[in-house]
Design a protein. Structure first.
Lengths: 114, 112
């Protein structure tokens, strides 16, 4: 069964450093998403992406964040200058259909900012 | 967006049927009801979605009354591996927005 993969599984960084989180969505999916979950809190939507453009973003997704699909398979989330409060699990997801409630999530990247 | 309310936690024993109810009084005409499961340190996983009446798949059943102001996720004969957080989400399917809005979910603890 196809699945979304994410690397690395755990990333530790110093405050102020840039990080890039990587995702490989399911191959025939066209819609891509990033969510985050701070420890013990809700899963929060960050951004959705389609046709090489951001479709929608939340208030969390400020100028420090960017997304990119650099090639036909990878989908990345970059945080330019990490803050302590960026520490969280970051989940990539993909879906085949527009606006679909059935999204396929990856295993997540645990980001720890020191 | 319709707000959902579900119990914070539930306990059950292996082999029992578990029913988790979600209230969504302000559900809109175009909204579907979707349930996700999340194990610790893993991403959420889609379980089931419905619009009205009853939907069943190999994992669960979803019961939706005629007024659609609530829904019940039914897990038959749970096992220890069903211990997880279960989220009820309400939103348009195939509409303009792509984002999923997760609440706090229901932590189901299955004991031997």
């Amino acid at each position: 069964e196809p699945e979304v993969t994410q690397t690395p599984s755990h990333q530790v960084t110093q405050m102020g450093q840039e990080v890039i989180l990587r995702c490989v969505p399911i191959s025939n999916h066209l819609y891509f998403y990033w969510y985050r979950q701070i420890l013990g809190q809700k899963v929060e939507f960050l951004v959705s992406f389609y046709n090489n453009e951001i479709s929608e973003k939340s208030e969390i997704f400020d100028d420090q964040f960017s997304v990119e699909r650099p090639d036909g398979s990878n989908f990345t989330l970059k945080i330019r200058s990490t803050k302590l409060e960026d520490s969280a699990m970051y989940f990539c997801a993909s879906s085949r259909d527009r606006g679909s409630n059935e999204q396929f999530f990856g295993p997540g990247t645990r980001l720890t900012v020191l | 967006l319709a707000k959902t309310t579900q119990p914070i936690s539930m306990d059950s024993y292996e082999g029992q049927e578990v029913n988790i109810t979600c209230s969504h009084n302000n559900i809109a005409t175009n909204d579907y009801i979707t349930w996700y499961q999340q194990f610790p340190s893993q991403g959420p996983r889609f379980i089931i979605q419905g619009y009205k009446t009853k939907v069943t798949n190999e994992v669960a059943s979803l019961f939706i009354p005629a007024d659609r102001k609530s829904s019940t996720l039914s897990l038959p004969r749970v096992s220890l591996s069903d211990t997880a957080v279960y989220y009820c989400l309400v939103g348009d399917d195939g509409g303009a927005t792509n984002k999923l809005i997760f609440g706090t979910g229901t932590l189901l603890a299955v004991q031997p």
